[in-house]
Design a protein around this ligand. Structure first.
Ligand code: FES
Length: 173
């Protein structure tokens, strides 16, 4: 889902972020700090914000983009309310996590790194999350689900879909 970042909708956050960039300006090794701040303020780091960082810290946008796409904690698009991560580390992969991710892709109609149009779900292919003994591992926001089977994943997805549909309906009221 391509999401357009409208600066007019984020005026206050942008002016606070500009103040942070002013504080960081001229200092060395502050790119990660700026990116963390941007990610937590805007929920992602769109091109507009990358340009601001580039101008303030005098770092090429291509380098900023490279850092954002290298670290899983930074995203180019807003993440959904529910983030589903499937570990594709070696232990999980040999225990079938690739199948799980394919099933989720089909069920939600998105690929890893994408968010459903209603903003409910983001699918992420993660590296080892340090729970190899529980392979294959799926994370749902902060919760870790170990030894996940395809059938169980199907049930979990059905539950999450209902849960997040109810939540969206409540917000809309
Ligand atoms: S490889 Fe998946 S948790 Fe380590």
């Amino acid at each position: 889902m391509a999401v357009t970042f409208d600066p007019n909708e984020h005026k206050e956050a942008l002016s606070e972020f500009a103040a942070t960039l002013d504080r960081l300006r001229g200092r060395r090794g502050v790119l990660m700090q700026a990116l963390h701040e941007a990610q937590s303020r805007f929920g992602h780091i769109p091109p507009y914000v990358q340009e601001l960082i580039s101008d303030a810290l005098d770092i090429p946008v291509s380098m900023i983009y490279g850092v954002i796409t290298f670290y899983a904690r930074f995203t180019l698009e807003p993440t959904g309310r529910c983030e589903i991560g499937v570990c594709l580390g070696t232990a999980c992969y040999v225990k079938g996590s690739a199948r799980l991710i394919e099933d989720i892709e089909k069920a939600l109609g998105i690929k890893p790194g994408q968010t459903t149009e209603d903003g409910s779900f983001t699918l992420t292919a993660t590296r080892c999350v340090g729970a190899c003994g529980l392979a294959p591992v799926v994370t749902v926001n902060q919760d870790v689900h170990g030894r996940m089977k395809r059938e169980e994943m199907k049930k979990l997805l059905a539950f999450l879909k209902k849960e997040y549909a109810d939540m969206a309906a409540e917000v809309a009221q």
